[in-house]
Design a binder for this molecule. Structure first.
Ligand code: ADP
Ligand code: ADP
Ligand code: ZN
Length: 214
């Protein structure tokens, strides 16, 4: 099964994608994680991507599309995958659909996690991210067992540079302008489903599973 997670930055895509990936036994592919991995290792791609990410802008499609196509061509993606943070523009969606169509495949579900902007500010402000495995926490809604330490792998947690309030506003603008139109794109192709992302994490997860089983 191939699933795309849609939603504003901070809507809970990563949180739900990790759970879904475990539940369905599929790889979780986050383009944001891939960029952050490249930044951490100071690769050429990382250096290029960082300039955009720090300003809350999208990394240009030229740097993103091939990266994603290479990733989904890997063996572990044979039975499907959960995409988290891709596509973020209509052209990115078109490139993916075209590559899939060439293999007679298609996306099964585009799951939109709907959360109003007011809640987003709160979520991003409290988000903490593992420097090693990418797991996310929230200082109020999903606190780690030991403050500042990842439950999963024991590495330190940080506040992402782009989760600071100055950047969050521009990321939300970019989302409304560039990414939100994907809702109609996937409605037209008949794979769009939506869940109320203001529910608790467990409720959101249950809502998603219920939709997939239909
Ligand atoms: P969030 O979890 O808040 O939605 P991500 O980790 O998915 O954020 O992405 C962080 C940043 O990485 C984005 O603000 C953007 O700069 C860049 N990025 C990630 N995925 C893409 C993509 N598909 N296209 C362009 N830029 C991307
Ligand atoms: P995204 O990948 O869409 O940017 P995340 O999954 O990283 O979003 O979630 C953003 C922040 O909100 C994190 O701190 C996360 O722990 C928290 N969060 C996620 N889902 C919920 C929820 N249903 N209720 C409250 N907080 C949530
Ligand atoms: Zn970790």
């Amino acid at each position: 099964m191939k699933i795309i997670m849609l939603g504003a930055p901070g809507a809970g895509k990563g949180t739900q994608a990790i759970r879904l990936a475990e539940e369905l036994g599929l790889p979780h592919i986050s383009t944001g994680d891939i960029f952050r991995y490249n930044i951490k290792n100071n690769t050429e791609l990382g250096q290029k991507a960082k300039a955009y990410m720090d300003k809350g802008q999208l990394v240009p499609d030229e740097l993103t599309v091939d990266l994603l196509l290479d990733r989904v061509a890997k063996e572990d993606c044979e039975n499907g995958y959960i995409l988290d943070g891709y596509p973020r523009t209509i052209p990115q969606a078109e490139v993916l659909d075209k590559a899939l169509a060439e293999k007679n495949e298609k996306i099964d579900y585009a799951v939109n996690i709907a959360v109003p902007d007011e809640n987003i500010i709160n979520r991003m402000g409290g988000r903490r991210t593992c420097t090693n495995c990418g797991e996310t926490y929230h200082i109020v809604y999903n606190a780690p067992k030991v403050e500042g330490i990842c439950d999963r792998c024991g590495a330190p947690l940080i506040q992402r540079e782009d989760d600071k309030p100055e950047t969050v506003a521009s990321r939300l603008n970019v989302y409304h302008e560039m990414t939100e139109p994907l809702e109609n794109y996937y409605k037209e192709s008949g794979v769009y489903v939506e869940v109320d992302g203001t529910q608790t994490m467990d409720e959101v997860f249950a809502s998603i599973l219920a939709l997939l089983k239909d």
